[in-house]
Design a protein around this ligand. Structure first.
Ligand code: ATP
Length: 235
């Protein structure tokens, strides 16, 4: 059976500068796969190449065996891959509900109201905030809204670019426990994060990216192994 998301031999260059070299990994239904590494390692580039926002020079990206490389971002989104971008990119002037309805535009199935009900169940804090402008929400609520907006499209793969960035520790806990619930719904999750230890502990496996190459793969047992975590960043 084909993996839900398969990335094989992916290479990206910005002009003549290589940003990704021969990157390969898979994410299956109900799995969280982490991607960590220092600034500039190529984590965001990996997500942008999967979603068609930057072109790959070579390699393949496929969803349940169907090739995606070279397709435009809107086709990749409607095939079932949703991105929660770094910095959330919400429409600050629009209400929570209006932001969510924009996410529904990419929905592949019937039942918009059910989709909204499902995300409100996952993020109860958004119910009360439904008619407030996204711009006045706390950072944690904005991040929940950004994740909810991606989920209403009913994706089979959810990509997240540093969802815990700038959040207080208790809110980070909330984001990580939400990811666990999203995994339980059978979605394939690819999580780019700076919080390496938290990510390694949560994810089924975590790849370490450095200078555009996958150097090492860590499993939850490694999260408590300080030497191995340090080695991951020195590799
Ligand atoms: P960060 O944690 O800082 O977001 P990252 O691991 O996500 O880092 P990328 O943003 O993917 O890394 O960047 C990988 C490399 O590609 C870096 O050297 C970066 O400077 C370069 N790069 C990224 N975007 C562009 C662009 N649009 N044009 C040129 N170079 C770019």
């Amino acid at each position: 059976m084909s993996a839900t998301l398969e990335v094989r031999g992916l290479e990206v260059a910005y002009g003549t500068v290589p940003a990704l070299r021969d990157v390969s990994f898979t994410v299956d239904e109900g799995e969280i796969v982490g991607l960590i590494g220092p600034n500039g390692a190529g984590k965001s580039t990996t997500l942008h190449a999967i979603t068609g926002l930057v072109p790959a020079t070579t390699g393949d990206v496929s969803l349940e065996g169907a090739p995606l490389r070279g397709k435009p971002p809107e086709k990749i989104a409607s095939a079932g891959i949703a991105l929660v971008p770094e910095g959330r990119r919400l429409f600050a002037e629009l209400t929570v509900e209006e932001n969510l309805r924009l996410g529904l535009a990419a929905r592949r199935k019937q039942g918009d109201e059910e989709a909204l009900a499902e995300v409100f169940e996952l993020f109860p804090a958004l119910v009360d905030a439904r008619r407030r402008s996204a711009g006045v929400l706390s950072g944690g609520q904005q991040q929940q809204l950004a994740i909810a907006r991606a989920l209403v499209s009913s994706p089979s793969v959810l990509l997240l670019d540093e969802p815990s960035l700038g959040l207080a520790p208790t809110v980070v806990d909330l984001v990580f426990s939400t990811l666990q619930q999203i995994r339980e719904r059978g979605i394939a999750v690819l999580l780019v994060e700076q919080r390496a230890q938290r990510t390694v502990a949560l994810a089924d496996r975590t790849h370490v990216l450095a200078n555009g190459e996958l150097r090492l793969t860590l499993t939850p047992d490694d999260a408590a192994d300080t030497d191995r975590m340090v080695a991951a960043y020195l590799s």
